[in-house]
Design a protein around this ligand. Structure first.
Ligand code: NIG
Ligand code: FE
Length: 381
């Protein structure tokens, strides 16, 4: 398949978008990118009609396996209530009450929703089960739809372990990890006041690492703390949220390979201050953008929405935001086969219904995703 008549091609490799370019896809991979005048022949030609083509979005942070929703909590928050980690427990109750088939059907619906909005790779965390059996089924269901599955048994201490956090950490590091590790690539902890301490988080990540899982961390979402530097020290692929970062955190991130994943949907939906992406990028930190789709703090699955908010509220240029949502997400997942349009990469492509990708931020809320290919196959319809 040869895509021609592309108005503007964002490759993720070249600094500036390419014009008069064409893309050849063969067997699910990008086979060639270059000037349309030099394009090789192909059985099938797709006329982009002068519209923009970008890499499929890489959404490196989501919690897509859950029951129920928390619309009432959101409504109360918009009327002045603060966000608190404790709301997670109500989703835990709804998730435990849901059957595998119910969770699978809901998850399938979310995957369709993501594809239709241009997301071709998604990371999915557990964390709304919090028993050995429930966490095992969440990671098992997630593994049915993505290779990027994260064990987040340490999301909060469940109600039945109230006052016995260390015993719960023992469970997470023992039987729960045993049951979940075979389905997972990653291990994560919600390191925050009201969830897990830095010492507990370190112990959980190190135990997971000893079992072959790679670390990532939720940190500095609700307040400052030492979690970011601990994660950098452990070589985490990504630290996520980073709403409250000290200068030391920024310096540690800048001197490391750890990506800082920004989640604008969270600040939007919890009325928290937006982190300053400009400060991070100028300091040399690699940033990613992700949706953090979950029923509590961010119930959007639109990467375009996150791009628009990051540009408007976090000081990112449009080019930086699109990059963070593609190459940045790939870096946060330690992947070089996705997030860019280059020979050898997976043919994960988005046709934007506009002459340039700038329109994704310029026309917020407007559905501009015209076609989506994952591994060279249409997935948006
Ligand atoms: O990434 N921060 C922790 N976990 C989720 C929120 C979960 C919830 O409120 O249900 C997050 O924001
Ligand atoms: Fe999260």
């Amino acid at each position: 398949m040869l895509i021609t008549n592309i108005g503007e091609l964002t490759t993720g490799v070249d600094e500036a978008p390419l014009h008069d370019a064409a893309v050849l896809v063969e067997e699910g991979r990008i086979a060639w990118v270059g000037a349309e005048a030099q394009a090789p022949g192909a059985d099938e030609r797709i006329d982009a009609g002068g519209r923009a083509v970008i890499p499929g979005f890489v959404d490196s942070h989501s919690h897509l396996v859950f029951g129920g929703d928390r619309a009432a909590e959101f409504e109360a928050r918009m009327a002045g209530e603060p966000y608190a980690a404790g709301g997670i427990r109500s989703t835990v109750a709804a998730t435990r009450a849901a059957s595998d088939d119910e969770l699978r059907a809901r998850l399938g619906g979310f995957i369709d929703e993501l594809h239709a909005q241009g997301t071709t790779t998604v990371e999915i965390k557990s964390g709304y089960g919090l028993t050995v059996d429930d966490e095992e089924r969440l990671v098992r269901l997630a593994a049915e739809v993505t290779d990027e599955v994260t064990f987040l048994g340490a999301h909060v201490v469940p109600a039945e372990y109230e006052g016995r956090a260390e015993e719960y950490v023992d469970l997470v590091c023992g039987p729960m990890l045993d049951a979940c590790a075979p389905h997972c690539r990653w291990i994560d902890v919600f390191c925050e006041t009201g969830a897990f301490t830095v010492a507990q988080s370190r112990r959980i990540l190190e135990t997971g690492m000893a079992r072959g899982l790679a670390p990532r961390l939720h940190a500095a979402q609700l307040g400052p703390g030492d979690g970011v530097r601990m994660a950098v020290e452990l070589g985490a692929a990504s630290v996520d949220h980073g709403t409250f970062l000290s200068d030391d955190d920024v310096a540690a991130l800048a001197g490391s390979d750890t990506v800082l994943t920004l989640l604008p949907g969270v600040e939007f939906s919890t009325r928290q201050p937006y982190p300053d992406a400009r400060r991070l990028i100028d300091a040399g930190v690699t940033v990613a953008l992700a949706c953090d789709t979950n029923p509590g703090s961010s119930f959007t699955s639109s990467m375009a929405f996150c791009i628009a908010v990051a540009v408007r509220e976090m000081g990112m240029t449009v080019t930086e935001a699109i990059r963070a949502a593609t190459v940045g997400g790939a870096a946060a997942l330690c992947r070089d086969d996705i997030g860019r349009i280059a020979p050898g990469a997976r043919a994960d492509l988005v046709l934007v219904d506009a002459p340039s990708a700038v329109h994704l931020a310029y026309r917020p809320g407007v559905p501009l995703i015209a076609a989506v290919w994952k591994d060279g196959r249409r997935v948006d319809s």
